[in-house]
Design a protein around this ligand. Structure first.
Ligand SMILES: [Zn+2]
Length: 235
């Protein structure tokens, strides 16, 4: 049975108004990326890092899913687990749109995590205030649940799993700077890239490694992608 792997990145949520460090605006301008997104930064100043993630979490509160999030939800409702959603995004827009099964490869902003027992719990948009205790083991060693530079990303095992079970790869709004989408695409006979820009990879354009390229934003490509996936899964 045919199955489709959809890997999404910052470009998907950017059109819902969620900024990233590549945009150099708003939230991110006040911080140095390595200070707030690396294990060294975390060790150096936990309060600063906590304030940064509190602000990012609060920023999600009023953000709404866009046409691509809704299209991905529609496809999941129609095809169930024949669509595998992996996302690099740490926001909750897929969930807000109604997607039931999505793996957050880089963690989630809405959750806190216990450094002692590794359990994770949802705090919605509430700030971590320094007095948080783990509801599972009572430890005060509580942190945000976003994967930082310098630590393992255990959810990456889902990429390898999906590469074994899927026969079509879709990359939406990811530049390939963190996860090497070219080497993933090369393993598929059918691959679709959606990105408004042509990005380079070792001197070649990334899109040349995909069988299908839509040079569009996620929102503008939503309907066309839906039709392509339906044609693939219904064949
Ligand atoms: Zn705990």
């Amino acid at each position: 049975m045919r199955r489709v792997l959809v890997l999404s990145g910052a470009g998907l949520s950017a059109q819902s108004g969620i900024s990233t460090f590549r945009d150099h605006d708003g939230l991110w301008e006040q911080y140095d990326v390595m200070q707030v997104c690396s294990t060294q930064g975390w060790q150096a100043d936990r309060d600063l890092v906590t304030r940064f993630y509190n602000a990012r979490r609060e920023d999600l509160r009023d953000k709404q899913p866009n046409a691509m999030h809704l299209e991905l939800t529609r496809l999941e409702r129609r095809y169930g687990n024949r669509i595998v959603h992996l996302t690099q995004n740490v926001d909750d827009l897929m969930e807000k749109a109604g997607v039931k099964q999505v793996v957050h490869l880089h963690g989630t902003l809405r959750d806190l995590r216990c450094e002692r027992c590794e359990e994770v719990w949802d705090v919605a948009y509430a700030p971590q205030n320094g007095n948080d205790l783990c509801p599972y083991c009572g430890s005060a060693q509580v942190r945000h649940n976003v994967v930082m530079f310098g630590e393992a990303a255990p959810m990456y095992r889902h990429i390898a799993e999906a590469m074994d079970t899927c026969d079509c790869f879709v990359a939406v709004g990811t530049s390939g700077q963190v996860i090497d989408i070219v080497s993933i695409a090369q393993r598929f006979e059918r691959s679709i890239l959606i990105n408004p820009n042509r990005e380079r990879y070792f001197g070649y354009f990334i899109d040349e490694h995909f069988t299908h390229f839509m040079q569009k934003g996620a929102v503008e490509a939503a309907k066309e992608l839906g039709a392509l996936i339906e044609a693939h899964l219904d064949a």
